[in-house]
Design a protein. Structure first.
Length: 133
């Protein structure tokens, strides 16, 4: 069930990685591909990194749309279909961040401290005692 919540983000990361691969930006490709298995970690920072990456990815798609549209306008080529496709990809990428605000994923990523799968338990704070004289 968790995969259904994360599937839009995973698809967005993969499509964005393909976009950067086309531009030969291999560091960005590796970073985006590394985010996919990272989503399994039950740590709050993973959710923040994923959301931020999706929002930045939306900006990348909007920038690419504007840049490609300007190129096509300059060359006198049709551009409307390209704008609709890249606009849809940008919208999908932005909407892929919404499941991270759901109760299910907030609970999943908040549960990292006492996660049995990670093999570590968070140390509970000891009660503070004050001695009176």
């Amino acid at each position: 069930m968790l995969l259904l919540f994360l599937l839009p983000a995973i698809l967005s990361f993969l499509v964005l990685a393909a976009h950067f691969l086309r531009g030969a930006d291999y560091l960005a490709v590796l970073a985006l591909l590394a985010l996919v298995p990272l989503l399994r970690l039950r740590r709050p920072w993973v959710s923040r990194v994923a959301r931020s990456t999706l929002w930045l990815g939306t900006g990348v798609w909007l920038y690419a749309t504007a840049r490609f549209t300007a190129d096509r306008l300059r060359l006198g080529e049709p551009y409307l279909r390209m704008v609709l496709i890249l606009g849809g990809v940008a919208l999908f990428t932005a909407l892929a961040s919404l499941p991270f605000f759901s109760r299910r994923l907030r609970t999943w990523y908040a549960g990292g401290a006492g996660d049995a799968a990670s093999g570590s338990r968070a140390a509970e704070p000891e009660p503070v005692t004050v001695e009176r004289r």
